[in-house]
Ligand binder design. Structure first.
Ligand SMILES: [Zn+2]
Ligand SMILES: [Zn+2]
Length: 93
């Protein structure tokens, strides 16, 4: 089986590559994915997951909500709301 031999040769010569988009190192090309789909993607052997660029998506802007306490109704980020309620409204939601 020529393909099997070729596969073994490729597997033995797995080269570590660096992602050009986010500069992450120690990745390999996903041969199996290429065999199945004809497309190339990078594989991260340390997480055993397909590599996803760290910088590919910009972080989502945080949602801003208004305090549920009347008449406060201050607008703030969701992550700040709990702290605000704790300190300004004595922990009552
Ligand atoms: Zn990347
Ligand atoms: Zn409030």
């Amino acid at each position: 089986m020529i393909l099997q031999v070729l596969w073994n040769t490729l597997s033995l010569n797995v080269k570590m590559v660096k992602c050009k988009k986010c500069n992450m190192e120690d990745l390999v090309w996903d041969m199996e994915y290429n065999t199945n789909t004809g497309n190339w993607r990078l594989w991260n052997p340390s997480t055993e997951m397909p590599h996803k660029c760290e910088t590919a998506k910009p972080p989502k802007p945080e949602k801003v909500v208004s305090c549920p306490h009347y008449p406060c109704k201050k607008k703030m980020k969701v992550t700040k709301l709990q702290e605000h309620i704790k300190t300004e409204h004595l922990g009552f939601y």
